[in-house]
Design a protein around this ligand. Structure first.
Ligand SMILES: [Zn+2]
Length: 286
């Protein structure tokens, strides 16, 4: 079939599901034969396909794995472990806590990635657990911010390298390896991040969050979750600095980060620009 031949017309056939009782007609679920065009005409231009069928299949497999993970978190039955951890009984709030934990795990992984390693042979052995892939995937859904962060933030050199491998793996076995971890992959993860590969096990492991007090810069360890809902992963986060008594909240942490960025010296390097200002500069200079 060439690029100009339309796909076969769709016809709705009866399947076994709606056959009259007592009859067994042959199953008619065969997909019509179809070959993807090798080029597309867009206006006056002709282009190759931007994505391959194998990439779409692997992407769908990943999305399925994310959906399964959410169902698993929502289905967690109340248990003594859950109440010790102060995991919310409300399933939406529990999912929010779980995603917050996945973000924490993603940050640890980014910091542990070597900044110069190239992944020409794929990323099967360094691919993180599925909850961390989910956070990475969400980050990639905002390609402008993602590209800006990789250029601006010094600690993301390793993520930039591994991102190239992630794109290449989409056409290979990413859908499978995202769900079936090899012993080498599990070992790589636990060795470099210091947290269990299993996200559910990680909930019992990462019970505090290391923070620098926005006022006195002392290092403190805030609980991830508390009974009253003011843990770092909870909506009402609030923690009194043990050194100076200052109330640490999301707002005061964000303010400190903004002031640090604003007052940093400007040597004219890409790392010196404020967040969300790099891409407009590039666009204006182009
Ligand atoms: Zn303090």
């Amino acid at each position: 079939m060439d690029a100009l031949t339309p796909p076969p017309q769709y016809t709705s056939e009866r399947s076994n599901a709606d056959a009259p009782a007592g009859t067994t007609p042959p199953l008619q679920l065969q997909v019509p034969e179809y070959s993807l065009p090798t080029s597309f005409t867009i206006g006056a231009q002709t282009t190759h396909p931007f994505v391959q069928v194998s990439q779409l299949k692997n992407h769908l497999a990943l999305l399925h794995a994310f959906a399964e993970l959410k169902l698993k978190v929502e289905a967690l039955a109340p248990s003594p472990d859950m109440s010790i951890l102060h995991l919310p009984e409300n399933k939406e709030r529990r999912w929010t806590v779980f995603v917050g934990m996945a973000v924490e795990r993603f940050e640890r992984w980014c910091k542990a990635l070597p900044p110069t390693t190239k992944y020409d042979k794929g990323i099967a052995t360094i691919l993180p657990p599925i909850d961390v892939i989910m956070v990475w995937h969400a980050y990639l859904l905002n390609p402008g911010w993602y590209a800006e962060d990789l250029a601006r933030v010094d600690g993301l050199g390793g993520l930039a390298r591994v991102s190239e491998g992630f794109g290449n793996s989409l056409s290979d076995e990413l859908g499978d390896i995202a769900c079936k971890p090899s012993p080498e992959r599990i070992d790589n993860w636990t060795r470099t991040t210091g947290t269990p590969f299993d996200p559910f096990e990680s909930l019992t492991h990462l019970v505090t969050k290391e923070l620098a007090c926005p006022k006195c810069r002392a290092i403190v360890y805030a609980p991830s979750m508390t009974e009253v809902g003011d843990g770092y992963l909870q909506a009402g986060f609030s923690f009194a600095c043990e050194a100076c008594g200052f109330e640490i909240t999301r707002d005061t942490l964000a303010l400190r980060k903004f002031v640090t960025d604003l007052s940093a010296s400007d040597a004219g390097k890409v790392q010196d620009v404020m967040a969300e200002t790099l891409l407009p500069r590039l666009a204006n200079s182009g």
